[in-house]
Design a protein around this ligand. Structure first.
Ligand SMILES: [Zn+2]
Length: 336
């Protein structure tokens, strides 16, 4: 990167921004609430305000990359649909943001941006096969296969959170039953804990209502709350089952986890690893690393900046296309 790039991570709860400098280091960061209940235009206005504030302080920013929590057409940067933020179906995010912020803009699914961010943060290991799961409000996924971000036929690959774990399980936001989302996401853990705590006067979470967070559940488990520990245990087991499915399919070197579940700590990771070992082929689990992502909650915004840098360089004839095979984002300039 010879010039800085702006990376944005647009989620159901927060919008994160990072400016990534010429050496791939994060030189500035900022965060605002999404307030998704106010609708797409209001959230978009906050994205624009945040992007402009970052560009005001770093006017040399060459391009913007954004990861968005939904299905995104990476060639046009238009949101196809989102189960996390309502009212965004068909929203031309890349075109609108390029126009409003005056920089070429590239938009991807948020988890795929995180996948690429983790790959770059690891030093872009040659030939790496990696699954990255962003376990936050929902569960997003990305596949890095042979050092490339796998997009699929329409750019929509990686929906690990919407794979079936319980055939007759609860109905997911996507309409399917028993998705991993409903069993292991941060919102699923919060809902399970709230429901169980309402019936258990022994729990320190009793009376907490629906306002529980993953952090609050983790804190309760640390102080010995049995109910909280059981909710985390169940979530870890479900996540481990989901990961076992994916590793049996793809035989990756590494599974990296990012998002709120990372807060649950090493006990949680050990439980996830045990479940994967119990369900997947021993030969496939042998040598498999399951670890938190290198950059934590900034992985997605960092990856979005890296994707923008790759696409911008490819469009300007200065990119190494072997290193940026996925850089198919059509440049969306304010002028075009
Ligand atoms: Zn689903």
């Amino acid at each position: 990167m010879s010039v800085p790039y702006l990376g944005l991570d647009v989620g159901g709860t927060k919008i994160l921004a990072v400016v990534v400098d010429a050496h791939g280091r994060i030189e500035r960061r900022a965060k605002v609430s999404s307030r998704r209940e106010e609708g797409a235009e209001a959230v978009f206005a906050r994205i624009v305000e945040l992007a402009r504030a970052m560009i005001d302080r770093s006017p040399e920013i060459a391009a913007i990359g954004a990861g968005f929590a939904g299905l995104v057409d990476p060639t046009t940067g238009t949101v196809r649909s989102s189960i996390m933020l309502s009212g965004w179906d068909g929203f031309p995010l890349a075109a609108r943001l390029a126009e409003a912020a005056g920089r070429p803009t590239f938009v991807h699914n948020d988890a795929k941006a995180a996948g690429w961010g983790e790959y770059r943060a690891l030093g872009s290991p040659h030939g790496l096969h990696m699954v990255v799961l962003a376990v936050g409000t929902g569960i997003g996924g990305a596949f890095i296969l042979d050092g490339r971000l796998y997009l699929g036929a329409a750019g929509l690959a990686g929906e690990v959170g919407n794979t079936t774990i319980e055939r007759e399980g609860p109905v997911c936001w996507c309409g399917n039953r028993g998705c991993l989302n409903m069993l292991a996401s941060g919102s699923a853990l919060a809902e399970h804990a709230s429901r169980a705590a309402a019936l258990d006067s022994q729990s320190t979470l009793h009376g907490a209502g629906a306002a529980l967070t993953v952090e609050a559940i983790a804190a309760a488990a640390r102080r010995g709350d049995i109910l909280a520990a059981r909710v985390i245990e169940d979530g870890a087991a479900a996540l481990g089952a989901g990961i076992a499915n994916v590793v049996n399919m793809l035989n990756p070197h590494r599974v990296a986890l990012t998002g709120g579940v990372v807060e649950l700590g090493e006990t949680f990771f050990d439980r996830v690893r045990a479940e994967v070992r119990a369900r997947a082929f021993a030969e496939i689990v042998e040598g498999l690393v399951i670890a938190p992502s290198t950059l934590g909650y900034e992985t997605g915004a960092y990856g979005a900046a890296c994707l923008a840098a790759d696409a911008w360089k490819a469009n300007h004839g200065r990119g190494d296309r072997r290193r940026a095979p996925h850089a198919l984002g059509r440049q969306t300039d304010a002028a075009s």
